[in-house]
Design a protein around this ligand. Structure first.
Ligand code: FAD
Ligand code: NAG
Ligand code: NAG
Ligand code: NAG
Ligand code: NAG
Ligand code: NAG
Ligand code: NAG
Length: 499
């Protein structure tokens, strides 16, 4: 116990001396239970590091440069969130909201403080007219999907079932229904949040904090902890019917496949998207990576051959297909709640995103070859993969690009290099180098010097412009909002915008 205390003190001192908002040296608090505890609602719980549940309460999806926690507060009410933020501020202790634990960006590695576990804020209320719903800020994607599905409704959400719903949304938020309705953030009608000063505020397009409304949709992790939000919802069409067709190709077809994906992106209707992968699977090819192309379509029992014939004609190694419902999509995509995408405490995973207007087939061939080299059997990085998200953009383009803080509405393709290795911090530098150099191949082939990096996939090696947009007015506006709502940079750990 003494050793543990000494460790906590050591950790706190390190934080105190580097934190810009500390005005006086405050000694570490071991009174969170006695001081904050009585201010919380009856259902809330403080989990100290000595509690056997602490490991589970703080486990992360990726072990890369993860945040470190001194205590976890499992909140049950929005007032619990506000009280915890005020307690943390009074004691100069950093705080971090957590839902799905999938946040993976080097800036989180600087965090050392109180985890605010949001899962208890899990309400769902569908409006009488069935056009909107209000959710608690601790919902995971599958909870939103399931609650709406039970009422014959759906909305745009991330494809991975077990990420938080808001983590993706606050950065814009990509999802399979974006071709029809726009990004996840485009669905927001209003939200309620605790700002850096520990005050609960309502934020919407009109009203007292309307300036923040722009920033919350694209850079939202920087300004507050959202305790509840109201979003647009839609009737599930075609009884929820969806189908998919999956092709596996080897190296010989890579250039032709990406040229065909370019063609598809100009053709695919709003209710279609493709999601493609380069990865190793010894059962498919014992020596080399494969390229998988998945095409998914709404409302049909087999994907319309108008969109698949060209892929068949290229001579894939295999073709499979099936149909089911909207709820089967995460499982088809390998990101359902029982897959590795939802496991915690196992791997070091880092992502390196780049948004593109279209693919340069030559560069994609080079990317495949370099990926083959860095993941060669025996390499610690052999479980890495490259993901290609080809969402329909119709709904996304209907929203004016300057109306939200999400900067990349013009891109048609989102590529994410994902390095994965068994946890060994000694490999982090090498993983970062591999990821950055693979991504550079695509940037070089893009004909533009500007790397567009979706903030929610960013590794932390990217520039602010990369994550928040290259038009100078964007960062200027974000910095003004930051100075107004978070002058002490308390939301300074997830792709932070400096004041
Ligand atoms: C397997 C996988 C699949 C993914 N799929 C998609 C996808 O389909 N679409 C997409 O857009 N993104 C996707 N992402 C990226 C995802 O948007 C980010 O990883 C996001 O950070 C996940 O949020 P979380 O709640 O799971 O993570 P957490 O680590 O719990 O949260 C991430 C950060 O969000 C902030 N935050 C969390 N809750 C709140 C809140 N209530 N209010 C304010 N801030 C909050 C905090 O700063 C926190 O550090 C995926 C990621 C993974 C690993
Ligand atoms: C931690 O989580 C695992 C997996 O969900 C569970 O089996 C285990 O019982 C949990 N441990 C504690 C102490 O809650
Ligand atoms: C919300 O979370 C609480 C506490 O974990 C749980 O008891 C309750 O059943 C959950 N409600 C919903 C709607 O998921
Ligand atoms: C990666 O390497 C490990 C250890 O050599 C091996 O068990 C695993 O099957 C490999 N995975 C792939 C996808 O090649
Ligand atoms: C397939 O798509 C084409 C092009 O959009 C369309 O003309 C045709 O009607 C579709 N076929 C079916 C069976 O839906
Ligand atoms: C690639 O797959 C094709 C069949 O689609 C096969 O003819 C060819 O030999 C394979 N090439 C390599 C290098 O494995
Ligand atoms: C495609 O990428 C290659 C390799 O980086 C580059 O030489 C070529 O100029 C690129 N083509 C276009 C049209 O940008």
């Amino acid at each position: 116990m003494a050793a543990l205390k000494a460790w906590i003190i050591g950790v706190f001192c390190a934080v105190l001396f580097t934190d810009s908002f500390t005005t006086a040296i405050v000694f570490p608090r071991d009174d969170i239970a006695s001081v904050l505890g009585p201010q919380l609602s009856s259902g809330a719980q403080i989990v100290l590091s000595s509690n056997p549940d602490f490991g589970n309460a703080t486990a992360r999806w990726s072990l890369f440069d993860h945040p470190k926690f001194t205590a976890a507060v499992k909140v049950r009410t929005e007032e619990d969130v506000a009280a915890t933020v005020r307690y943390a501020n009074q004691n100069s202790i950093p705080f971090l909201a957590v839902v799905g634990t999938h946040g993976t960006i080097a800036s989180l590695g600087k965090f050392n403080g109180i985890e605010i576990l949001m899962h208890g804020l899990n309400s769902t209320v569908i409006s009488k007219d069935g056009k909107t719903a209000t959710f608690g800020g601790g919902k995971k994607s599958f909870q939103v999907i399931d609650d709406l599905w039970a009422a014959g409704k759906q909305t745009v959400s991330g494809i991975c079932e077990c990420t938080g719903y808001l983590g993706p949304a606050l950065g814009g938020g990509h999802g399979v229904l974006q071709g029809k309705y726009g990004l996840i953030a485009d669905q927001f009608i209003s939200m309620r949040m605790v700002t850096a000063d520990g005050v609960l505020r309502d934020v919407s397009a009109s009203g007292p904090n309307s300036d923040l409304w722009w920033g919350m949709r694209g850079a939202g992790h920087n300004f507050g902890i959202v305790t509840s939000f109201t979003s647009k919802i839609y009737d599930v069409p075609y009884g929820g019917l969806w189908s998919h067709e999956t092709f596996i190709f080897n190296r010989s077809k890579v250039e032709a496949v990406f040229d065909t994906i370019n063609w598809l992106s100009t053709q695919q209707p709003p209710g279609m998207f493709n999601r493609d992968l380069i990865y190793r699977d010894p059962t498919k090819d014992p020596n080399n990576p494969v390229l998988e192309v998945d095409i998914l379509e709404e409302g049909v029992s087999a994907v319309n051959s108008t969109f698949t014939d060209r892929f068949r004609a290229l001579g894939p190694m295999s073709v499979t297909s099936s149909s089911g419902t909207y709820k089967d999509i995460p499982r088809w995509a390998g990101v359902g709640r029982h897959t590795a995408a939802c496991k915690k405490k196992d791997f070091t995973k880092i992502r390196f995103p780049i948004g593109l207007i279209s693919y340069n087939a030559t560069a994609l061939g080079a990317l495949f070859d370099e990926f083959t080299k860095v993941t060669v059997p025996g390499s610690p990085f052999n479980r890495s993969e490259i993901m290609f998200e080809g969402y329909s953009q119709h709904g996304v383009r209907e929203i004016p690009t300057d109306s939200t803080a999400f900067p990349d509405r013009a891109d048609n393709q989102l590529v994410t290099i994902g390095t994965a290795n068994s946890h060994d911090p000694g490999l982090d530098a090498q993983a970062l180098k591999i990821g950055d150099s693979l991504r550079q191949i695509l940037l070089d082939g893009s004909g533009s010097p500007d790397m567009h990096s979706y903030v929610n996939y960013a590794a932390g090696t990217e520039s602010l412009q990369s994550m928040y947009g290259f038009e100078p007015w964007r960062l200027k506006k974000l910095k003004e909002l930051k100075a107004k709502y978070d002058p002490h940079e308390r939301f300074g750990y997830y792709a932070p915008i400096p004041v």
